[in-house]
Design a binder for this molecule. Sequence first.
Ligand SMILES: [Zn+2]
Length: 350
Amino acid sequence: MLGVFLIVMLLILGRVLHLPRQVTLLMIGLLWVGMLSLQVVAPGSGAAAAVGGSAAGWLVLGAMVGLVIAYRGLLRRLRARATPDLVPVTRDEGLSGAELDRYARHLVLRQIGGGGQMQLKAARVLVIGAGGLGSPLCLYLAAAGVGRITLADDDTVGLSNLQRQVIFRDDLRGEPKAYAAAQAMLALNPHLDITPLTRRITEGDGALIAAHDLVIDGTDSFATRAAINRACVAAGVPLIWGAIGQWDGQVTLSDPARGGPCIACLFPKAPEHDAPCAEAGVVGALPGVIGSLMALEAIKHLTGAGQGLRGRMILFDGLYGETRTIGTLPDPGCPVCGGQSALARGAAPL
Ligand SMILES: [Zn+2]
């Protein structure tokens, strides 16, 4: 029967030429219409006999195929409704395709997502100190996509730094730390705007501090730390602060304008044993832990994820492998913030 043979040939042709299924079906449909017309117009002719069958036979066959196609379409629609596609990440106008790939693990986090990543990109952060704490801090801020970072450090890379300051390489000895660290951050993530400053930040840098959304202090001098705290309180800019001893460290968020104590509330005087790590020594991986905690708190603070360390402090003891979080209160007699935080005024703790 020529009609059936032609249909089978069209099916084979469609498969061999990798034609879209719709095209193959369209050709078969046209052939079917032609054969049916032939049976209707000239039922007794030689051509109709060659094609074979009858008008009723071709009609029944067409109706059966039509039913099968309709049934499969209905099944496909029901399946699509039962298993919706995975929600694609919304392509944000502010993030390029490369950035969407780079920050993919942030974008799928419920607490960060596209909105949080845009907040990180728009953030202006001042990092003070590119030493032991600054090394992991800068690398993780850069990797996380914190868009505008000012990095201040007046020191140069020395051989004794390389035991823990992992952002530097041996061949960078003698280079200014601010430039060397900025170079490493841009090598990790070129989508950033990094401003290196090869000088100390003092209390007189109020305008510079006020131009940032967040200050992160990784210096190891009590006097510098106290000056940064005073400038941040005066400018109303939150300050993430970390410090390390030989085997232990602390991290907190000082933001008395919005609650909790400032650093001077907690440490009004220089500790008796405030020897810098050059004299006291420090175990190499410890600043990796504390600096990473500081970066984590910065990411949380900038994106609003989770609960920050305002009014709390993480204490880490590396020698015994213990971590504690303690509550901290403003000092009403604090000469820097005057204890004038939301907490001191009786507001609910944050
Ligand atoms: Zn205070």
